[in-house]
Design a protein around this ligand. Structure first.
Ligand code: FAD
Length: 404
């Protein structure tokens, strides 16, 4: 019998673990332990509407405070788990030893840091949590020039918001095109055109030498080519890394994240892990993958919590992601790595099209740009792994669902 479930990390995945345990009428104790002072909240708006000042902080919450008001739920916020003793079934936090029958690790990920001269100057920011955005918002009130390091999702979303707020924006990207890790050159070229049209100065293939400053505050970014870009504020968005050290120290298997099986179980049968911090087997792609997405955190959380309640669920979803930049919604289904053919469906100049990635005729992934129907319908095609006729895929008259 599971008398107590402890959840470490109180983010998106953790919130869903509590929600599913409640839904399954789990009647043991639930202890939710997170190092941020907030109840579980949604991060996607942080680089979108919350940064733009269009969303109050309460609207970020995954569930209202009343949701957690129950005699069997204990919240320990602002509390960092320091160690897990897997043998004793104990989590150590704030000097307290908290016993568990089942443990869920949902520690998410943290930003990759830039270790270059001037990185500690005032005005140089990362963007991962509410506190980061609140600091950035206070500072942009007095700023006019922003430099963004990294043209991934976060960097480009921030660029779009800052342009809407009327700031001068320069984006510096080390690679030769934007979002190069996740989208094809066609899609990169589309977003590069959009950002330029909105007045963003895009510097591609640009290495960073360091940050220049005066009186402890950043005044600019020096590039490896030796030129200097003036900036009152700098936002760094160069990727994340999984928070898997706590699990590794507890003796759990880690490899680019906490290794879980398709039941979201770690190498210890009483410890589950969900969300950004995990590396899981994907049957669709036939390999171990680590995802950084809300959908993954939510679905893994449902599977872990259901299995804690005695079910036998497996996790094997087609991954999906989204990004909002200006009035453009980019929706990505699947993972494009390993493609040998690209099909463009629709017309990029009309700002609505899809880029389909195939491997030996099988659909691997789709980037849908203002094309929600293609996005929705492509998931079934990706899961089916059927061979498809590329000429049919490019015909916008044929709905993708008819090709399954
Ligand atoms: P998190 O939500 O990060 O929660 C983990 C929590 O655990 C954090 O609060 C962390 O501080 C805490 N923690 C870590 N270690 C400990 C410890 N030892 N003790 C206690 N607590 C600990 N995804 C999308 O799909 N679409 C988007 O548009 C999108 N936009 C994003 C925009 C931004 C700015 C960011 C930062 C992320 C975005 N994401 C997006 C990613 C998405 O938010 C994450 O994939 C999701 O939050 C993962 O949930 P999680 O529960 O694994 O981790």
């Amino acid at each position: 019998m599971t008398a107590r479930v402890v959840i470490v990390g109180a983010g998106h995945g953790a919130g869903q673990v509590v929600a599913t345990l409640k839904q399954k009428q789990f009647d043991g104790d639930i202890v939710l332990l997170g190092d941020e002072p907030w109840l579980p909240y949604q991060r996607p708006p942080l680089s979108k509407k919350y940064l733009a000042g269009e969303l109050p902080v309460e609207r970020l919450l995954f569930k209202p405070a009343s949701f957690y008001e129950s005699p069997n739920i204990t919240l320990k916020l602002g509390t960092r788990a320091e160690a897990i003793d897997a043998q004793q079934h104990v989590v150590v936090a704030d000097g307290e030893h908290i016993g568990y029958d089942k443990l869920v690790i949902a520690t998410g990920s943290r930003v990759r840091q830039l270790d270059i001269p001037g990185a500690d100057l005032g005005g140089v920011h990362y963007l991962r949590d509410i506190a980061d955005v609140d600091r950035i918002r206070t500072e942009i009130a007095n700023a006019s020039k922003v430099a963004i390091i990294g043209a991934g999702y976060i960097g480009l979303e921030v660029a779009a918001v800052f342009r809407q707020l009327g700031l001068d924006v320069t984006v510096l990207e080390m690679a030769e095109r934007v979002m190069s890790r996740v989208v094809s050159p066609h899609v990169s070229a589309f977003f590069e055109r959009e950002h330029k049209a909105h007045g963003v100065a895009l510097r591609l293939a640009a290495g960073i030498g360091g940050f220049e400053g005066e009186d402890g505050r950043v005044t600019g970014v020096s590039t490896s080519r030796g030129d200097m870009i003036a900036a009152d504020i700098v936002i760094i968005g160069i990727g994340i890394q999984p928070n898997s050290e706590l699990a590794a120290r507890a003796g759990l298997e880690t490899d680019n994240g906490i290794v879980v099986d398709n039941h979201c179980r770690t190498s210890d049968p009483d410890i589950f892990a969900v969300g950004d911090c995990t590396s899981h087997p994907s049957q669709v792609y036939g390999r171990q993958i680590r995802l950084e997405s809300v959908h993954n955190a939510l679905e893994q959380a449902k599977v872990a919590a259901s299995n804690i309640c005695g079910e036998d669920l497996s996790y094997d979803e087609v991954p999906w992601f989204w990004s909002d930049q200006y009035d453009i919604k980019l929706q990505i289904a699947g993972l494009s790595e390993g493609y040998d053919e690209i099909v463009i469906r629709g017309e990029p100049r009309e700002r609505s099209f899809s880029c389909l990635y195939l491997d030996e005729g099988r659909l691997l992934a789709v980037d849908a740009i203002n094309a929600p129907r293609d996005f929705m319908q492509s998931k079934a095609l990706i899961a089916a792994r059927a061979r498809l006729d590329a000429s049919k895929l490019s015909d916008t008259e044929i709905p993708l669902k008819d090709l399954v």
